[in-house]
Design a protein around this ligand. Structure first.
Ligand SMILES: [Zn+2]
Length: 124
């Protein structure tokens, strides 16, 4: 029986999350981590890191919902109190919230994959 003495690459949490948020592989920072809008890749094209082991499920939508709700709910409430603004301010706030959610979702998905990769928490 032999012991595998192959050194494992160092997994830095902050760097992995930032790389994932940028849509890059948390291991090498070069390969794409997301294909299309939100589909995670199984293997990094640059370093062949097995990223398919890290399934984030609904974690990214939860984070996006939390951030968008935290930012835009108080804003919509305050804007609705001022009758002089009319409905356009509320419509603009809702549009901004939707746009923010659409832009954040794939980035948050990448950051979640980076988090799981850095902590080495594969889906079992
Ligand atoms: Zn890679």
């Amino acid at each position: 029986m032999s012991i595998d003495r192959t050194p494992t690459p160092k997994r830095v949490l902050g760097r992995a999350i930032v790389r994932g948020f940028g849509g890059r592989c948390p291991a090498c920072g070069r390969g794409a981590i997301i294909r299309g809008y939100i589909s995670p890749v199984a293997t990094c094209t640059a370093c062949t890191e097995n990223l398919g082991r890290y399934q984030t499920a609904d974690f990214a939508p939860y984070i996006v919902t939390f951030i968008v709700g935290l930012l835009f709910t108080p804003l919509a409430f305050v804007l609705s109190l001022d009758e002089a603004l009319g409905d356009w301010a509320l419509y603009a706030t809702i549009s901004a919230a939707l746009l923010t959610a659409i832009l954040l979702l794939p980035r948050t998905k990448g950051a979640a994959i980076g988090l799981l990769w850095a902590l080495d928490v594969p889906n079992t």
